[in-house]
Design a protein around this ligand. Sequence first.
Ligand SMILES: Nc1nc2c(ncn2[C@@H]2O[C@H](COP(=O)(O)OP(=O)(O)O)[C@@H](O)[C@H]2O)c(=O)[nH]1
Ligand SMILES: Nc1ncnc2c1ncn2[C@@H]1O[C@H](COP(=O)(O)OP(=O)(O)O)[C@@H](O)[C@H]1O
Length: 188
Amino acid sequence: MTSGKLIVITGPSGVGKGTLVKLLLAHHPDLSLSVSATTRPPREGETEGKDYFFLSRDQFENMIETGELLEWAEYAGNYYGTPRQGVEEKLQAEEWVVLEIEVVGARKIKQSFPEATRVFILPPSLAVLEERLIKRGKDSKAAIAQRLEHAETEIAAAEEFEFCVVNDDLDRSLVKLEKIIFQPSQKD
Ligand SMILES: Nc1nc2c(ncn2[C@@H]2O[C@H](COP(=O)(O)OP(=O)(O)O)[C@@H](O)[C@H]2O)c(=O)[nH]1
Ligand SMILES: Nc1ncnc2c1ncn2[C@@H]1O[C@H](COP(=O)(O)OP(=O)(O)O)[C@@H](O)[C@H]1O
């Protein structure tokens, strides 16, 4: 790797961003994942500093005010944001950094990093997205309904992004993502 690169993976909740990013990092240990800050309480099994930096609203708002976040957004009642320092240090060290973030934040990244490679992950259909959210078993019925409603607006913005991948078959989607990241000039 000859220079730093910022890779942004975005798309609606439940589309498979986390699953794809995990596979991508397992196949390419050179890539570095940015750990986000959030005011959402930790879920069972989540670790501070590994999955997220878990902050109070006051702490998060302080980071916004002091410009410590590269981007941030409010999603389903909680704040989520990318700590600036870690990403900038990694890019300066010529690392390739992956952000897995929701759509509003991914949009904002374009302003500070016009060169970023941004990939929007699409579900094969809204029905499949709903199925995945239900199967994942992490969200209440009401939360799933809220996420699906939100997904429709997010999907309408997909065309703004440099690349789109429909996450149908997981292995095929991973290959498409790898092509976008490592061979962006080649068309398939
Ligand atoms: N803008 C922004 N979104 C983030 C960040 N970190 C995570 N997210 C997004 O916030 C949304 C909710 O994340 P989470 O509560 O972990 O739920 P899940 O990804 O749906 O399981 C997801 O779409 C994440 O991609 C961040 O640093 N900035
Ligand atoms: N290509 C796929 N085919 C079938 N199920 C998938 C696929 N990608 C992800 N999933 C499943 O869908 C659910 C949501 O995926 P997840 O990675 O948590 O989404 P996100 O991070 O976008 O919220 C998980 O249960 C995951 O195992």
